[in-house]
Design a binder for this molecule. Structure first.
Ligand code: KG4
Ligand code: ZN
Length: 349
């Protein structure tokens, strides 16, 4: 049996988990800062890192206690070392280094996106997964289509050229005066609206990069719809987006539903095409935006291949997913030393 303690602090969740053999969650503790960041309309990096410092000790202690595991029982300590906010990553990485050194355990630095992908291996679908699989990692920082031919082997087939899908949800949420994070708030508002009330532009990519995404056009289209520019004046971009604006004559539910439909439509179309063209046996959704019910339903409807996604608690940031990825890295012999550093822009490939 391999027991790994995993830590995650790349953004605004302080998390620790104990994972057995990469498949069984013995504990999964998450201290979320969302309520604090809501007042800023997004993640405030300095506040985030300070809150990680305040929370991490108790979160790790709780993860060990819930798992009924003593430090001596552990085979390794794993930690997200990128991508993410530098100040946030530093807290987890330094805490993990201290634990690994103090307990005399191997240390493993794990890629946050690899963690999101491996959240699928913590579900009941794990025994059904056969490589190659096409993974769509769709979060607040990333929108990547990744072909996985084997464990820990990644080929990026497509990615966003500008905003991540979750980022677009968050920005449009702010524009509509909805609370942070925008994704769940827009999904909720959209339930009362018509997805065909507005036709927001869907970007078309060049033939060389058929699986790349772009969401900034949709975001600007929403901005134009809710804040029509005075005649003769051009909208200058994001600086026009303000939190808590009042939007007279705008049906927020209709805008939310139409925006969600446009983003989901793009995500589904490219993912289904990439999966078909790459010979994948299944589509694996992961990351915060994969919590979206329209995305899940449409992907299942449009894909001839099976579509798998994690339960809600494993869609958004957590440490169990880091423990699952770390198990395969550990099996492959990865060991990091105390020089392990944070990599805010760490690529997956
Ligand atoms: O994976 P995650 O927790 O953090 C990052 O690694 O970024 O993803 C957070 C993102 C946020 O942008 C949030 O708005 C989005 O996931 N999100 C959703 C939903 N739930 C969370 N987007 C659309 N629909 C949802 N239900
Ligand atoms: Zn994430």
């Amino acid at each position: 049996m391999t027991l790994i303690l995993a830590l995650e602090s790349s953004c605004d969740e302080t998390a620790a988990a104990v994972v057995e053999d990469g498949v069984r969650i013995r504990s999964n503790v998450i201290a979320s800062q969302i309520e604090t960041h809501r007042q800023y309309g997004g993640v405030f990096p300095e506040v985030a890192s300070r809150m990680h410092v305040e929370a991490i000790h108790a979160v790790v202690a709780s993860a060990l206690e819930v798992a009924a595991v003593a430090p001596a029982d552990l085979d390794a300590v794993a930690v997200t070392h990128g991508p993410g906010l530098a100040g946030s990553l530093l807290v987890g990485v330094n805490f993990a280094k201290g634990l690994a050194f103090g307990w005399g355990k191997p240390l493993l630095g794990i890629n946050h996106l690899e963690g999101h992908i491996y959240s699928l291996w913590l579900t009941e679908h794990a025994p059904l997964l056969r490589f190659p699989v096409l993974c769509m990692v769709v979060s607040g920082g990333h929108t990547d289509l990744v072909l996985m031919r084997d464990h820990c082997t990644y080929q990026i087939m497509g990615r966003t050229l500008d905003d991540a899908a979750g980022e677009a949800f968050d920005k449009v949420g702010r524009l509509l005066g909805l609370p942070y994070p925008g994704g769940p708030a827009i999904e909720k508002a959209a339930a009362e609206g018509s997805p065909s009330a507005y036709s927001f532009t869907r970007s078309v990519m060049s033939a060389d990069h058929p699986y790349d995404f772009s969401f900034s056009g949709i975001k600007t289209a929403v901005m134009r719809a809710v804040q029509p520019p005075p005649t003769g004046k051009r909208v200058r971009g994001e600086e026009s987006i303000q939190a808590g604006v009042t939007l007279p004559n705008i049906n927020i539910a209709d805008v939310a539903a139409s925006f969600q439909a446009a983003v989901v439509g793009m995500l589904v179309e490219k993912t289904v095409n990439a999966a078909r063209d790459s010979g994948a046996t299944a589509i694996l959704l992961s990351g915060g935006v994969s919590a979206n019910r329209l995305l899940r339903a449409q992907m299942r409807e449009r894909s001839a291949l099976p579509v798998y996604y994690p339960p809600l608690v494993l869609c958004t940031d957590n440490a169990a997913m880091i423990g699952a990825a770390a198990y395969y890295r550990y099996q492959q012999g990865q060991r990091d030393d105390l020089n392990l550093d944070v990599r805010p822009m760490l690529p997956l490939e």
